[in-house]
Design a binder for this molecule. Sequence first.
Ligand code: RP5
Ligand code: MG
Ligand code: MG
Length: 283
Amino acid sequence: GAVHINSRSPEYPGSKIKRFVVPDKSVSWSVPLPGYNPPQYTSPAVKSQPIWADPPLEPQPTGSTVSLPFNADDKERNVSRKSFTGKYKVVGGLPRNPSGRTGLTGRGLLGRYGPNHAADPVVTRWERDETGTVIKIHGKPVLQFVAICRNDTGEWAIPGGMVDAEENITQTLKREFSEEVLLDVDDQKPGTEIQTQLNKLFNSGVKVYEGYSDDHRNTDISWIETSVFNFHDDNGSTFDRIKLHPGEETSGVQWKRIDQSINLFASHFQFLEKVAKMHNAHF
Ligand code: RP5
Ligand code: MG
Ligand code: MG
């Protein structure tokens, strides 16, 4: 695939730290980059050791016994340290970003060394006109997805989030969607029925992607990987009487048309392109 871009964003988010500039041709670790000396940054939030963050590994004080089971399931902390991209290298005790150099070391805003697992629920329906007829462009039906506006970057995005310790992907997909998108009933239809329909929808997920996420928070030793699932409301009956509202940590929510022109957070554009292809929809 193409080299990561957001993972080399000039200024690290939430800081004034400038990344070491890595040219496209020098992203791969297999290409020597003499003089590569990325700044180190771990955010104060991560340093304060919240439950979602690892204990510090660097700098290694002599006699330190902290070690993490890289490339394996961490039974002690109930998180997976396996990568969807295969076995990643551990150099000098620290994992190496499988997509190459980012121009920054330290964990930045990410809690885990190595992969930080996330999940992205893509909830879709067909776009319809006032009469309920599915809109077509160049003969292909048009899809919409539930998009949220992120507080951190102001960009539109899939309502995804990090997999909590002890959580499986299915739980994360549902929890993140319900935290970031609040639903309320538009008419007399009883809420329990909507809950039933929603549960049914969330049981019908189709895997779209699992792997690296080109996120602006990635560093040389910490990166985000995501599992993307599509939940498709084919006849529109689950959502036709539901209003969407932004959750507490979200500044907007709306049904957005899926096409070439959407500008989205991290790797989300690529994920929606895959979803459109899966449904043989307009893109
Ligand atoms: C992206 O960051 C993933 O695709 C996912 O959407 C998101 C998870 O981070 P938070 O939403 O928890 O900030 O790389
Ligand atoms: Mg969230
Ligand atoms: Mg989120």
